[in-house]
Design a protein around this ligand. Structure first.
Ligand code: ZN
Length: 345
């Protein structure tokens, strides 16, 4: 109904002028309505600081030896993810209890051994072939003789967010509010070695890429960087407007309705010297024309140091940021139409 009203409004002005860019943006903004906000809130609130804390502590513990791609510690970490999905009864798209997409040794250089992406999903009830991928890399830097690189922020924080969102979407499904589109929870290996797990996935997609409607990628969302010490209620949002204007405004609307964080876009600038848009796994999806958002809370003194540990994570903020991603994902998975790609950079 909303679409029809918009279309006729356009017709009225269309006889003497095409709708201005401003009108088009307003139409996109107006079309984004969270009609089931109470239901979304109910499940968003099952994402708790305490459970995120438990996952980050476990995932960044010495047991997993810094989770270096191809090594025992990373295999153990992958098994932790698999066991979690089995326990939560979130299925694998690869067949019963086989949550691993093996990335062969030939994909890696420098003697790195084979490793796996871990994939779980909830099948959509109305458009099961259309797929939203939420991703976070599971690997990190390993250990030396002197120290273990625990990687609590990088990327225990993103991993914990994925686990909590999967649980929340599963609970919603069991109570009659399953997603209309399929949602994939993708834990990528080899991010720290040239984004290899995501490159492998996009070259061997489990779901066809032309039906992969968006990728929300999370890499380090648990800390506060130097420029936000006085205003920590923020997250960097990168890439949201590069391929889909609609995705950008869905993200803004989700934030306005549910989380009210400062969405900081400074790292999304084409001219930003850090070029984060091309620096984590979402980039392999974007290069295939799939709209992406990269969620990030910035670097810090412990970045890629053995001191990136679990007690330094801000868990209430991690919870709030996870809720932003969850509510954005909810909209994308449940809206009447799949999001539109209208940009080409
Ligand atoms: Zn990372």
């Amino acid at each position: 109904m909303k679409v029809l009203i918009v279309a006729s409004a356009l017709t009225l002005v269309g006889s003497c002028a095409t709708p201005s860019h401003t009108d088009k943006l307003q139409n996109i903004k107006d079309s984004i309505v969270f009609t089931d906000a109470n239901i979304i809130n109910k499940y968003a609130n099952t994402i708790t600081s305490a459970e995120l804390n438990t996952h980050v502590y476990k995932f960044s513990s010495d047991d997993f030896q810094g989770r270096k791609t191809g090594e025992l510690g990373h295999h153990k970490a992958s098994n932790y993810l698999k066991e979690y999905y089995i326990k939560e009864e979130v299925a694998s798209p690869l067949g019963t209890d086989n949550y691993y997409q093996n990335v062969p040794e030939s994909y890696f250089t420098d003697g790195i051994k084979s490793s796996s992406n871990v994939i779980a999903y909830i099948k959509g009830s109305e458009y099961p072939d259309e797929v939203l991928i939420i991703s976070a890399h599971s690997d990190h830097e390993g250990y030396t003789e002197d120290a273990i690189y625990n990687g609590a922020d990088d990327n225990g924080s993103g991993t914990a967010a994925l686990l909590e969102m999967a649980q929340a979407f599963k609970k919603a499904e069991l109570e009659g509010f399953g997603p209309k589109r399929s949602i994939v929870f993708l834990h990528l290996t080899g991010e720290e070695v040239d984004l290899t797990g995501s490159r492998y996935y996009t070259e061997h997609p489990v779901f066809p890429l032309h039906n992969t409607i968006a990728n929300l990628n999370i890499d380090m969302i648990g800390r506060i960087d130097d420029s936000h010490e006085d205003n920590p209620n923020y997250i960097y949002v990168i890439g949201s407007d590069r391929l889909s204007t609609e995705l950008h405004y869905i993200s803004e609307s989700a934030n306005e309705n549910f989380t009210k964080l400062e969405l900081d876009y400074r790292l999304n600038s084409d001219s930003d010297p850090n070029q984060y848009y091309s620096r984590s796994d979402h980039y392999n999806f974007a290069q295939n024309g799939i709209p992406v958002i990269f969620y990030f809370s910035g670097t810090h003194d412990d970045y890629h140091e053995p001191t990136d540990t679990a007690e330094k994570i801000n868990y209430p903020l991690l919870q709030k940021r996870t809720k932003l991603i969850f509510t954005t994902a909810w909209y994308i998975a449940n809206n009447e139409k799949r999001i539109e790609v209208d940009q080409d950079s």
